[in-house]
Design a protein around this ligand. Structure first.
Ligand code: MSP
Length: 497
């Protein structure tokens, strides 16, 4: 059943970056992947036809070298790591529909076709390249960008010279500026849009899109001694990953970290324009996580790995904390202190306590309840609309915040109406008010279902709802809770020291 309060898009195609298979997936990778998962689950629940694509970026010098250092062929090396990535996503309950690997034969073939078309069209031409190359970033940098022999990310760079093919970025500069101006939804958030615009306005140099020095890559169709520049290869995963499901094109939302925004807001739209392909609706960059105020790095020994976190706490706490703690789009710091505070004050004292209180009260009557609507119900409907808007604004922190606002409203309602008194003194009134509360709890559980993919099932069970019944997910204050047999069960969350 579809809510009358909100309208969801008919189809919804969402992507994450495809991650390098250079090591274990950490907090940063899981952040984007969970974010996309929340959107995918939310829109699916609203009846949208969703396609969620993620995957792995498996070509390039870094991978070639990492495989060599382990005595493996690149293919053996990437197979193993791609499987590891899938295992982590399974653990995190990621509901992706497609998983693309850039070593998939159909992807390699597709990229070759693209490059050939760009060449035939004259957008790719032969020239010579000399510049500063960074292995870490798989990217050349200009003289301006190098500081003390290091790239902007702080890696060492090397001078390299080679016969090379170039893509005519400059040809599309004016077109891109105009496109961005006419499509305000294309680059979000606004703060990062300005950075991208000023980069384009400085002037776009043509981009070197072939590599002689890298053998682990897709062969250039016009010169099989060179391979395709990894970013030209990688970006087209978003199309090749659809594999027979091209009806989902273009992406509605592409999520990523801020450090790769430039590739997605400048190169990517230009490549697509060159191919006469439709552009994605929105490119959104979120910020970067640090840990206790410090850059996350293996050498500092402060890496956060989701599998380890989950062993210590639980999956839902992880998925919740990431979007509650840091405003989506901004940089943020992971801290044990705020984590414990969020668990104890919000998950235990607000959400868990609300469920336990209301269900205990309801059980006292040993009966089921009939529909009733009042002020709280009106407010809940309003919140459903707010939450939907927050999704449309790509503001997951607001989504989580608004859900918690519903919990606060409900707790206040119990308090103000003194339900523990009316249950004895005015049972008729109590039955009406408890219906409003139970229906509110149902809506909280439904709104939490894209985020807390495990705990919401416990909430459903306690409320006598069926996770397989689509009607029970209706986002609207309704009669759904009529006649449901609720039961007070285990505490949803436990206090942590
Ligand atoms: N392979 C490229 C992307 C190609 S997309 C066509 C790549 N891979 S990556 O493995 O380095 O992943 C980068 C992504 O991981 C970031 O864009 C971001 O989504 C996520 N993060 C990695 N570290 C992060 C943080 N510390 N904080 C938040 N997210 C970060 O770049």
């Amino acid at each position: 059943m579809i809510s009358k309060l909100i309208t969801a898009p008919k189809k919804y195609y969402i992507t994450t970056p495809i991650y390098y298979v250079s090591g274990k997936m950490h907090l940063g990778h899981s952040y984007t992947t969970i974010a996309a998962d929340i959107f995918a689950r939310y829109y699916r629940m609203q009846g949208s036809d969703v396609f969620y694509l993620t995957g792995t970026d498996e070509h390039g010098l870094k991978i070639q070298q990492a495989a060599e250092s382990k005595g493996l062929t690149p293919k053996q090396f990437v197979d193993d790591l791609a499987n590891q990535a899938k295992d982590v996503w399974k653990l995190l309950d990621i509901s992706y529909d497609g998983f693309i690997r850039t070593t998939d034969p159909h992807h390699e073939k597709f990229v070759q076709e693209i490059v050939k078309k760009m060449f035939d069209k004259g957008d790719i031409y032969l020239g010579e390249y000399e510049g500063w190359y960074c292995k870490g970033c798989e990217s050349y940098f200009t003289e301006k960008e190098i500081q003390n022999g290091k790239c902007p990310m702080g890696h060492e760079v090397f001078k390299e010279k080679e016969k090379a093919y170039f893509f005519k970025l400059s040809k599309y500069q004016e077109w891109l500026l105009k496109y961005i101006e006419e499509h305000p939804e294309f680059i979000q958030p606004q703060s990062r849009k300005n950075e991208m615009l000023s980069f384009i306005k400085q002037g776009l140099d043509d981009l070197c899109v072939s590599r002689q020095s890298v053998s682990w890559g897709i062969k250039l169709p016009m010169d099989d001694k060179s391979t395709v520049y990894v970013w030209l290869d990688a970006l087209f995963n978003y199309y090749s990953g659809l594999q027979g499901k091209e009806q989902y094109w273009p992406p509605d939302l592409q999520l990523m970290g801020k450090e790769i925004f430039r590739f997605h807001t400048i190169y990517w739209p230009i490549f697509l324009k060159s191919m006469d392909m439709e552009l994605p609706i929105t490119e959104f960059a979120h910020g970067w996580w640090v840990v206790e105020g410090q850059k996350m790095s293996k050498s500092f020994g402060n890496m956060i790995y989701p599998d380890e976190f989950i062993k210590k706490y639980d999956l839902d706490t992880y998925r919740y904390y990431l979007f509650r703690e840091v405003s989506f789009g901004d940089d943020g710091s992971f801290s044990n202190k705020t984590l414990i505070e969020r668990i104890n004050n919000e998950l235990v004292a607000t959400l868990g306590n609300l469920f336990s209180r209301v269900l205990t009260l309801a059980s006292k009557r040993e009966k089921t309840f009939v529909y009733h609507k009042d002020d709280l119900a009106e407010k809940v409907d309003q919140k459903i609309i707010e939450i939907h808007k927050a999704y449309q604004e790509i503001n997951l922190t607001k989504v989580v915040g608004e859900i918690f606002e519903i919990c606060y409203l409900a707790n206040k309602y119990v308090q103000e109406n003194q339900l523990w008194v009316t249950v004895k003194e005015n049972p008729e009134l109590f039955d009406k008010q408890i219906y409003v509360l139970l229906e509110t709890l149902r809506i909280i559980a439904v709104e939490l279902s894209p985020i807390m993919t495990k705990k919401y099932k416990v909430m459903f069970e306690q409320l006598g709802l069926d996770i397989n019944n689509k009607e029970h997910y209706l986002l609207e204050f309704s009669k759904t809770m009529e006649g449901k047999i609720v039961k007070k069960g285990e505490y949803l969350f436990v206090k942590k020291e």
